[in-house]
Design a protein around this ligand. Structure first.
Ligand SMILES: Cc1cc2nc3c(=O)[nH]c(=O)nc-3n(C[C@H](O)[C@H](O)[C@H](O)COP(=O)(O)O)c2cc1C
Length: 405
């Protein structure tokens, strides 16, 4: 007798899916071959499942880097530079993962980075991510490009979230976005400054060309272009732009310089965090300009090509900041040991992007929760291995830099 479950699992993992457009129904039935979120052993199990479930154009949007994707690869490869230095006979019977950021305590230093259009991967998108952040008490940052309005996402989180701001070419529109996030109760605005003027997401474009579905099914104003929703091209359909005349409005503004930090601070009572720095010089300028925090980020390998992995940028940023403001980092974090390394280099917290989206795509809220649980548990094990019982006890003494060893 054929085992139905084994058959469905086989089908879900089979290249047959590409040849027969109706077969994704089978993948859906088996959640991409991962029947229960709890079965996942690491975050890559969710990646494999999500790939079977997410249509090619949306998968390309999620996974793309820019150009030849050297920076995207560097984000992962950078972790190999560092090794852990275990310690023994420390009482590690209790491990405290909690951290505080701007007066708010979270159950671990793992945050959910802003991902635009999360509804492209799971219908409840950012609301389901927020529900996972609620049950696990993790920090969530909401994209300007979110599928749901900030008010709804705060409700699903049952507490404050950070608002990720994309500047626009119209300061009045930018101000309206900021004021709306502030009125909704966001304590922090994280302004993304790493993509001032365009990018070339080759993988996204290539995969979109293979997608036979109608773009208009997802993109209300689709013109037939098979690119990721163009920057500023469909702002009117994004909830955060509701009630705003988006005619002529484009996302990000190439002419902005450091004085924008003061303008933003004058505009809002929220803490202002800059997302997208990679150098000590810029970190110093950020603090000098009044930034309340820094997120070391290369946009998940989606901004400047042939840059360093973000983990390799942490030490110089931390040195320049001299503990005056918190430093977060994201880009390629897939293991608890990755997180541990960033904390040992002096970061206060770490963001993950794609992994929780893989979780959402495969199993909705439960999938995102499982991703957080896996990463938190791996971090806990790394702390045990290195004899650190709290996040504060994670120091450079636990790390070997192969370049210096
Ligand atoms: C599909 C996708 C959409 C993203 N959208 C945004 C966004 O709207 N705003 C933003 O500041 N960063 C955005 N990012 C960058 C993430 O916030 C984060 O920096 C990056 O994903 C971290 O790398 P990781 O995905 O390797 O964990 C996006 C990244 C991806 C992959």
């Amino acid at each position: 007798m054929i085992d139905r479950r084994a058959f469905l699992t086989f089908l879900a993992g089979s290249p047959l899916l590409a040849a027969f457009p109706d077969l994704p129904a089978f993948a859906q039935a088996t959640a991409g071959g991962l029947e229960q979120a709890a079965h996942a052993l690491d975050v890559f199990d969710f990646e494999a499942a999500a790939q079977k479930l997410v249509p090619p154009a949306h998968w390309g949007y999620l996974m793309s880097g820019v150009d030849g994707e050297a920076t995207l690869r560097a984000n992962r490869e950078g972790f190999d530079r560092y090794q852990l230095r275990p310690r023994r006979f420390v009482n590690v019977s209790r491990i405290d993962l909690s951290v505080s950021l701007f007066g708010q305590t979270y159950s671990s230093p793992i945050a959910m980075s802003p991902i635009g259009s999360a509804g492209a991967f799971y219908a409840d998108g950012e609301k389901a991510a927020a529900a996972a952040a609620r049950t696990r008490n993790q920090l969530l940052m909401l994209s300007t490009q979110a599928t749901f309005p900030v008010e709804d996402v705060i409700k699903a989180r049952g507490g404050p979230i950070w608002y990720q701001l994309y500047t626009t070419n119209n300061m009045d529109v930018t101000r309206r976005l900021v004021k709306r996030a502030e009125a909704a109760g966001c304590p922090v605005v994280a302004v993304t400054i790493d993509t001032p003027n365009g990018r070339n997401t080759v993988t996204a474009t290539r995969l979109a060309r293979t997608d036979t579905r109608q773009c208009s099914a997802c993109h209300k104003d689709a013109t037939g272009d098979r690119f990721e929703p163009r920057r500023g091209g469909n702002l009117g359909t994004k909830p955060m732009f509701a009630g705003i005349d988006t005619q002529g409005v484009t996302l990000t503004e190439a002419s902005l310089t450091w004085d924008f930090v003061k303008r933003l601070k004058d505009m809002t009572s929220m803490k202002v965090v800059l997302k997208g720095l990679e150098s000590g010089e810029d970190a110093g300028l950020a603090v000098q300009s009044g930034a309340d925090g820094i997120i070391v980020s290369n946009h998940g390998g989606r901004s400047t090509e042939t840059g360093r992995g973000t983990i390799e940028c942490v030490a110089e940023v931390v040195a320049a900041v001299r503990r005056r403001v918190p430093v977060l980092v994201d880009g390629g974090f897939r293991r608890g040991t990755d997180v541990f390394k960033a904390l040992a280099l002096g970061a206060n917290a770490v963001g993950v992007g794609r992994p929780y989206i893989w979780g959402l795509a495969a199993h909705g809220q439960q999938g995102a929760e499982r991703v957080l649980d896996i990463l938190n548990n791996e971090l806990r094990l790394a702390m045990i291995g290195c004899g650190a019982t709290s996040v504060k006890e994670i120091t450079a003494a636990s790390l070997i830099d192969r370049r210096k060893a």
